[in-house]
Ligand binder design. Structure first.
Ligand code: MN
Length: 149
């Protein structure tokens, strides 16, 4: 059974997400702030992290940045869950290390689609953030090769 960690400071939102996830058969754990989320990921890595952006102690951007610094969690699927509705936020989020984006209130079928997409055994890597990550690592590989010669 796939494990989902919800990192969200609002208890009502946590409860709603938990219900949506448990209906779909996921095992759910909850963190109330960014720091707790990091500790829980290290102690019991989930299959996917649903990460609120606005949280005390550490916000979602800080959490995903710290996770990506650790090779162990470089490819952990992380979905931003945010009420921020300003234009441009989606782009900012997708350039910050997240694999997906859900706006609040979370739509049950969109949540299901994101989970299916990110937890599928053979992921199709066609989303813009994945491509840009691949391009970046490709560029680094080229640089490393030319330095070596
Ligand atoms: Mn919040």
């Amino acid at each position: 059974m796939k494990k989902v960690l919800i990192a969200e400071d609002n208890p009502t939102n946590r409860e709603l997400l938990r219900e949506l996830l448990e209906i779909r058969g996921y095992t759910v754990s909850e963190a109330c702030n960014g720091q707790e989320a990091l500790l829980m990921v290290e102690q019991a890595p989930p299959d996917i992290l649903l990460l609120d952006i606005g949280m005390p102690v550490l916000d979602g951007f800080a959490v995903v940045r710290k996770l990506r610094e650790n090779p162990r969690f470089a490819s952990l699927p992380v979905v931003a869950v945010t009420a921020y509705a300003m234009q441009g936020d989606r782009e900012k989020i997708m350039c910050s290390g997240f694999n997906g984006y859900l706006s609040k209130p979370v739509n049950a079928s969109l949540l299901g689609e994101e989970l299916d997409r990110l937890l599928a055994p053979f992921k199709t890597q066609t989303t813009p953030p994945t491509q840009s990550i691949k391009e970046q690592s490709g560029a680094q590989a080229v640089r490393a090769t030319s330095e070596g010669t």
